[in-house]
Design a protein around this ligand. Structure first.
Ligand SMILES: Cc1cc2nc3c(=O)[nH]c(=O)nc-3n(C[C@H](O)[C@H](O)[C@H](O)COP(=O)(O)OP(=O)(O)OC[C@H]3O[C@@H](n4cnc5c(N)ncnc54)[C@H](O)[C@@H]3O)c2cc1C
Length: 225
């Protein structure tokens, strides 16, 4: 059967990979000159690609890790243990684990306890089903209290989602807390490698004759929407 997939983002390329793997003929349509969508990259110097947005994987992102392995890139996936900090009033404060929450000096002790309890609850809650109808902002304000929310969480939410911050689902926050691991995975060479490797599988060119960039350019020219 012949399939058309709109969008060469992570999802579109993976769908195309699975369909091609079952022997179907797949065409991916992409409007951007480079594949990858939100997780795409841009070329800063010949052969040097930088991601448009910062990305990392959790250890719990098993499907993505399995895909990276399947595409032969497992050796390029490196795991690091960075410290997550919040910059406030000219100082950085580690804020990535329950003990750090309890030491978070800008908040009063009761606020810290409320913050740690709320985040601990998300950590142990097994599913986000009950959270889907709640927004992250309103729920966090209720659990943490207004001052703690405005100090620790609201700036992060606004920084990431801008004017859409008030509409973000609590289920999103559950994923960030429940699935988070201390080790964060980075693909050496960035996710651009993954998209290009994925395209190799969907459109099997001769690897010896095509650099990954030439392949990306040819593919996008060929498919250009
Ligand atoms: C700032 C930021 C940080 C993030 N950090 C992480 C992270 O650390 N870890 C993580 O797992 N995820 C992260 N994400 C989320 C991740 O980037 C996305 O979930 C993922 O890239 C979405 O892939 P997608 O294929 O579903 O959609 P997209 O990446 O949006 O791909 C859709 C594609 O479709 C194309 N398209 C749309 N309409 C058309 C059309 N009509 N014709 C042709 N083409 C079309 C678009 O150009 C695009 O290439 C982050 C996102 C952002 C914005």
């Amino acid at each position: 059967m012949r399939y058309g997939v709109i969008g060469a983002g992570a999802l579109g390329l993976t769908v195309a990979l699975r369909l091609a793997g079952k022997g179907h003929e797949v065409t991916v349509l992409e409007r951007d000159p480079v594949p990858g969508g939100l997780a795409g990259s841009f070329e800063v110097a010949p052969g040097i690609w930088l991601e448009k947005f910062y990305h990392h994987l959790f250890r719990t992102d098993r499907t993505a890790v399995a895909l990276i392995d399947e595409l032969g890139l497992g050796g390029s996936l490196r795991w690091h243990k960075p410290t997550t900090t919040v910059y406030l009033d000219g100082r950085t404060h580690p804020l990535d684990a329950p003990p750090a929450f309890l030491r978070f000096a800008p908040l009063s002790l009761p606020s810290r306890l409320r913050l740690a309890t709320g985040l601990g609850y998300l950590r142990v809650l097994p599913s986000a089903r009950s959270l889907k109808r709640h927004t992250a902002g309103r729920s966090m304000r209720r659990v943490m209290g207004g001052f703690a929310y405005e100090t620790a969480s609201e700036p992060l939410l606004r920084g990431k989602f801008c004017e859409a911050a008030d509409e973000v689902s609590m289920a999103w926050l559950w994923v960030r807390i429940h699935c988070r691991t201390a080790s964060l995975g980075y693909l050496h060479g960035w996710l651009h490698l993954l998209h290009v490797a994925n395209m190799f599988q969907v459109y099997p060119y001769d690897r010896r004759q095509n650099s990954s960039i030439a392949l990306a350019e040819r593919l996008v020219r060929h498919l250009g929407a």
